[in-house]
Ligand binder design. Structure first.
Ligand code: S3P
Length: 260
């Protein structure tokens, strides 16, 4: 055997070790998940994640491969998150609620923490139509936009493990709710008219509110929609005065309770 063949053999043995270590690591991830679930502990623990990261950095300090190895760890962690998400949710998480209730923020956070795919309905529709939402409303009218929402929700049924952030009006059509539930669980995020006002007052992309974004107008429209939102929801999470992490934890807890 020449040296090159010997090195290749050593490399193959190294790969075997990595595979064994990853298999063991993933099994441990599943055990941690099961433990947290059994004892009703918080599933998301960003502080623990940061601690792990510090540990790798410490361990790799001074190594000439620090950057490359940290890059590998980033992928390992991302895949661990995916394993967690698959174990926890075998369905899509569909976020509904009034404009400014936090759908986009919460879907971003969930998708980061679980490495789940994310579909921001308004964004996908705007990209497909090559037009902003206000322009779609102005050019083709609300009904046309609502039809696009229905079509997209039907398309989403072939997806799994995706966070779908719906436009604020998507859950108002009964037909849409039926489509949402075919492969998803519907989470209603709520916020007070005052909170919504704070969040939307400076944005120009809410044609339904138009120029009149007063608390009274928001409260009135919210009340009009309330019954339909509540009827659509599998679970409800109230967001006022809570941190993103608290909202996500409550959401996860309530989703898991549905399986009990
Ligand atoms: C709408 C909400 C918007 C967008 C469109 C209509 C509504 O989405 O879909 O402007 O009827 O509530 P956000 O809730 O994401 O703002």
């Amino acid at each position: 055997m020449n040296d090159l063949e010997m090195y290749r053999e050593q490399l193959a043995l190294c790969d075997d070790k990595i595979i064994d270590a990853l298999l063991e690591r993933n099994a441990i991830i599943e055990k941690i998940m099961a433990y947290k679930e059994e004892y009703g502990m918080a599933i998301l623990q960003p502080a623990q994640e940061a601690k792990q990261e510090r540990r790798w950095q410490e361990r790799l300090r001074g190594s000439k491969y620090q950057e490359e190895i940290l890059d590998v760890f980033e992928r390992i962690v991302r895949n661990s998150k995916r394993i967690q998400a698959r174990k926890l949710f075998s369905y899509n998480i569909v976020l509904i609620g009034f404009m400014g209730a936090g759908k986009t923020t919460i879907s971003d956070y969930l998708s980061t923490m679980f490495d789940m795919k994310i579909v921001e309905m308004d964004q996908v529709i705007a990209e497909k139509e090559e037009m902003s939402i206000p322009d779609i409303f102005a050019t083709y009218g609300e009904e046309y936009f609502r039809d696009l929402e229905t079509k997209l929700l039907i398309e989403m049924q072939s997806q799994k493990n995706t966070v779908i952030s719906c436009g604020g009006g998507a859950a108002l059509r009964e037909e849409n709710v039926i489509e949402m539930k075919k492969n998803g669980r519907v989470v209603l995020l709520t916020a007070s008219p005052e909170t919504v006002h704070e969040r939307v007052k400076d944005s120009d992309d809410r044609p339904v509110l138009g120029k009149n974004k007063s608390v009274e107008r928001i409260a009135e429209l919210m009340e009009k929609r309330r019954e339909k939102y509540e009827a659509a929801a599998d679970i409800v999470v109230q967001t006022d005065g809570k941190s993103i992490l608290q909202i996500c934890e409550e959401l996860i807890k309530k989703l898991l309770e549905m399986d009990e």
